[in-house]
Design a protein around this ligand. Sequence first.
Ligand code: NDP
Length: 270
Amino acid sequence: MSKFDGKVVIVTGASSGIGRATAELFAKHGACVAITGRNAKSLEETKALAAKAGGKADNVLVIIADVTKEEDTKRIVAETVAKFGKLDVLVNNAGGGTMQGFPDSSFAQPLQVYDYVNNLNARSLISLCQEAIPHLKQTKGNIVNVSSVGSFRPIPSFTYYQMAKAAVDQLNRNLAIALAGDGIRVNNVNPGYVRTNFAANAGAPDAAITMMEEHWVKPNVPLKRGGEPHEMASTILFLASDDASYVTGHLLVADGGASISMPPLPAEFL
Ligand code: NDP
């Protein structure tokens, strides 16, 4: 018997990167997985990968949804429960930053940038959790949020993104306390640099991404490389599993040791 046989899991932001790897891994371990994002084509690719990993296409539900829209977050939970009958795990992974107004260490980025990154990375979790909690009470399920080491390692030009992730950390702690009596655990994974479409989707040019990997990440991360999406997926799976049955309100840093040793980004990024 696999670890998540019969369990129902929502993974937001499953059309690429960490979310895609997480959907695949849950499917491999027997879960029925609802995968969400805005990009229908990429979600179908994730569906094919997850169906192959789990062996059953019918165990993967595609929900095209924008998590910044409250009606969409309600639909994500409602359609999942309608299809699979219950909910055991909510993985709040959808997120991202933007290079708009970058680099800017003078703290002059427009408030629209704040609204965008806060809605995407923090506000969306409120509605998703509110919708999911009644169902998680029934199953004594759990929530895993994908935050960032950026919530406690400042990069001034990413201030708003880091503020949003710090809000996720605090939501995590508060929910863990509030829901413990219902048998619901709530935890975070806080990744360091992971090799996904994150930087490109934020608008970083290819040359800047290569430069950052070669001249900042590799020389300075103690493990000498960026993380891979499957390494975040296995960390998320651990927190969602009974192996972590006494873990709640935790921020699990998965960054190759970067946050305990890494120097700040070079001046041209600040
Ligand atoms: P990707 O850009 O590869 O994936 C981001 C995912 O979020 C996509 O599936 C995207 O789907 C989804 N998404 C973005 N905006 C929306 C929206 N408005 N509505 C619904 N879905 C949305 O990046 P990662 O896999 O790296 O990012 C996953 C999480 O990890 C994020 O929360 C990110 O902040 C966090 N993180 C990443 C780090 C890294 O170095 N990669 C470091 C620290 C944290 P679609 O485009 O289809 O909508």
